[in-house]
Design a binder for this molecule. Structure first.
Ligand SMILES: *Cc1c(COP(=O)(O)O)cnc(C)c1O
Length: 244
């Protein structure tokens, strides 16, 4: 356990250094970027260590793993972000622990989240997940289908729906750098596009100012583009087993 704590502390320090350097290069304040550690596939004991090391935001992508982990860690001062494809039949469970759902991408999901949030007496922050490769044929067995997201043209309508839904608060936009389409391999351009979409969104919804972009491999590009939240898994916790 002590070894694991040393390991996570060293990894966190490296990620912190990368974020700080990226902020400095972009002329941004370090506190304008929030680190979310993606703890999927890793045990609750790691989440506990991360909290001891000062992490305040964690993310999960599968309710079946996240729900028991969040329950075990409910004494910790953590915000939980749900970042995976979400089926409507899991929304009751997810609103029980998630402070944010970053993967809102369709009206039916908004309706289900709103109903369950109201029922639980919770307020859930919602980020619209944007698919920047929408319309591309999903090569390699439906990569895009698995990743989810709404096409840029659908953001306005979905945002309006979230904003008018009890129990939900429109918090901003999220994306995962596309593997296919015009932005494949062009993370900086993809994240720049997300920022433009965020600017548009904030004209109608000024408080929806979260921009969640960037992972272990491309957090610098996200910070350079203006992301407010980066979601880092591997660089903190290590390489995940192939599934997950
Ligand atoms: C797993 C995951 C991450 C973290 O990815 P790493 O490459 O491990 O940093 C970020 N965002 C989402 C949506 C994820 O599923």
């Amino acid at each position: 356990m002590t070894d694991r704590k040393d390991e996570l502390a060293a990894n966190l320090a490296k990620v912190e250094e990368r974020i700080a350097r990226a902020c400095a290069a972009a002329g941004r304040e370090r506190e304008d970027v929030t680190l979310i550690v993606v703890t999927k596939t890793y045990p609750a004991s790691d989440v506990r260590i991360l909290a001891e090391l000062g992490v305040r935001h964690v993310a999960e992508n599968k309710d079946q793993d996240a729900a028991p982990k969040a329950a075990t860690c409910s004494d910790l001062p953590l915000s939980w972000h749900f970042v995976g494809q979400l089926q409507t039949n899991k929304t009751r469970s997810v609103v029980g622990y998630a402070d944010f759902v970053q993967s809102v991408d369709r009206a039916r999901l908004v309706t289900a989240l709103s109903k369950e949030a109201e029922r639980a007496g919770r307020e859930v922050g919602c980020l619209i997940q944007v698919a920047l490769d929408a319309g591309e044929p999903s090569a390699g067995g439906g990569a895009r289908g698995e990743r989810g997201g709404v096409a840029p043209g659908g953001i306005g309508e979905l945002a309006g729906l979230v904003a008018g839904s009890p129990g939900l608060r429109l918090a901003g936009l999220m994306t995962v750098a596309p593997l296919t389409g015009e932005y494949a391999g062009r993370q900086r351009a993809a994240f720049g596009r997300l920022m433009d979409l965020s600017t548009d969104l904030r004209r109608a919804h000024p408080a929806a100012n979260m921009v969640s972009a960037g992972m272990s491999a491309d957090l610098e590009e996200a910070v350079a583009a203006g992301a407010t939240h980066v979601r880092v898994g591997t660089a903190v916790l290590g390489v995940r087993p192939r599934l997950g």
